[in-house]
Design a protein around this ligand. Structure first.
Ligand SMILES: Cc1cc2nc3c(=O)[nH]c(=O)nc-3n(C[C@H](O)[C@H](O)[C@H](O)COP(=O)(O)OP(=O)(O)OC[C@H]3O[C@@H](n4cnc5c(N)ncnc54)[C@H](O)[C@@H]3O)c2cc1C
Length: 432
């Protein structure tokens, strides 16, 4: 068992998985000297080379969870370059030229690629895009040596035979570890989730959402040459039929992050990330306007990401096991909210575990966490799915008035949450 030193706690926790969830939770717990070990399947911590955007709720969660995590975020984050856009989530444009009327307009006086409206988002709490690998590197610095064990792929969970009620973890290399409790931060394909909800339960596995995405990066100078300053340096979303494309600045404005979405009915490949050709991507955006066409042409070595999501499960905890982050509620990325939920989860759970002095307290902490977090995080999965449909003219058709109206309100409940009140509610539940 690894820990940071002397602890008054009579238990030890296994955190399975060292992504954004596992690291944020571990940093949060370590500041209260909770004995823990992170078990990571990969040979080292790592994130993909792409961007991730955080809303004000995520910034606030980081601030509340740990000053170290918040500082890491502030060091990496990039917002819109234009000051007048500091309260804009995205500028919305139509990207698909098939929306044009006979006169070539997509809305009164507006052509394909023109800015239509901004989605307001208050900037309190800190918000912005980060390059994932940089952010993870900053988080890793806050995890003391010896806390994480690598090349430890969890393959089985079971109860210890010594009457302690502990959980025994078995890893792919044949080794085992025994801990008082486990927090599964093992992502969308979580083994902990399968064990917890039952392998035969349809909620044990993520399902294909009907959407996939190409991800890419374009050097900002090149993006400015292609699109101009405004469209390159500030967050943009281009809407269309069964597809949409978004861009936002990362790496302190040196890079433009691109995610281009498209649709298909099923996903048969066992892999969820597959290499594709530039030609396939260009074919998917045939008939789109000049902005999108230029961006798609500038993306090198595209990968396709199949977008899966979790059906809702009845609980995030069983006995001494708890799920957190994508393992509990993997969502499509259409609200830019998945990683933010991992951090909100970590804030709530770390503060509940802090008050647990023994294994009974831990179980009460897990149960309180489940009761306050499940509804919100599952609603995010559902509304994110709908948001993707809206951007792709599948929810309100291509009625831009309805779409604009919906954009202005639909994400407020995510961004404006009072996390301290939610923690207080959980603490009350835990005491009962
Ligand atoms: C295309 C796309 C764009 C996105 N954009 C955004 C965005 O802009 N904003 C946002 O907030 N969210 C976004 N998300 C969602 C966000 O990426 C996830 O919510 C977040 O990264 C999940 O973090 P996690 O740590 O829970 O899971 P993961 O990042 O999947 O980490 C899980 C970790 O567990 C390890 N692991 C897995 N299985 C085992 C095992 N059996 N034993 C031991 N270790 C194991 C893995 O190696 C990994 O390190 C996006 C997602 C996608 C797909």
């Amino acid at each position: 068992m690894a820990s940071t030193g002397s602890s008054s706690k009579s238990y030890s926790i296994a955190v399975v998985g060292g992504g954004i969830s596992g690291l944020c939770l571990a940093i949060g717990l370590l500041q209260y000297d909770i004995p823990l070990t992170i078990y990571e399947a990969a040979p080292h911590f790592g994130e993909i080379g792409a961007g991730v955007a955080f809303g004000p709720n995520a910034g606030r969660a980081m601030e509340l969870l740990s000053p170290k995590i918040y500082q890491a975020f502030l060091k990496c984050k990039t917002g819109n370059a234009d000051n007048s856009k500091s309260d804009s989530w995205f500028t919305i444009r139509v990207g698909d030229a098939r929306k044009e009327d006979k006169e070539g307009y997509v809305r009164e006086g507006k052509k394909v690629g023109d800015a239509l409206f901004d989605v307001p988002m208050h900037s309190g709490g800190g918000r912005g895009g980060v390059y994932r690998a940089h952010f993870l590197d900053e988080l890793v610095k806050e995890v003391p040596d010896g806390v994480a064990k690598f090349d430890k792929r969890l393959v089985e969970l079971g109860e210890a035979q010594d009457g302690s009620g502990d959980v025994v973890l078995t890893f792919a290399d044949g080794s085992t570890a025994q801990h008082s409790a486990i927090i599964g931060c093992d992502g969308i394909k979580s083994l902990t989730r399968k064990w917890l909800v039952g392998r035969d339960n349809p909620a044990s596995k993520a399902v294909f959402s009907g959407k996939y995405a190409y991800r890419g990066l374009i050097p900002m100078d090149e993006a400015v040459d292609l699109l101009g300053d405004d469209a390159a340096r500030n967050s943009q979303m281009y809407l269309g039929y069964h597809g949409h494309l978004l861009t936002f600045p990362i790496a302190h404005g040196k890079t433009m992050n691109v995610v281009a979405f498209s649709s298909r009915d099923t996903w048969e490949d066992e892999k969820w990330v597959v290499a594709t050709s530039k030609q396939d991507m260009e074919d998917d955006f045939q008939g789109w306007g000049p902005h999108v066409t230029k961006i798609v042409k500038a993306m090198q070595k595209p990968d396709i990401w199949a977008l899966f999501e979790h059906p809702p499960c009845d609980t995030y905890t069983k006995g001494r096991v708890c799920l957190l982050g994508d393992a509990a509620h993997a969502t499509t990325p259409h609200q830019g909210a998945g990683a933010g939920q991992c951090i909100e989860d970590s804030y709530i759970l770390a503060n509940l575990v802090k008050d647990a002095n023994d294994v009974n307290g831990l179980q009460r902490a897990f149960s309180a966490f489940d009761q306050v977090r499940r509804e919100r995080t599952q609603k995010i999965v559902k509304t994110s799915h709908e948001a993707g449909q809206m951007y792709e003219f599948e929810l309100f058709g291509d009625d831009l008035d309805k779409i604009e109206e919906s954009y202005k309100h639909r994400m407020r409940w995510i961004w404006d949450i009072d996390l301290e009140a939610q923690l207080e509610q959980a603490q009350q539940i835990m005491k009962q």
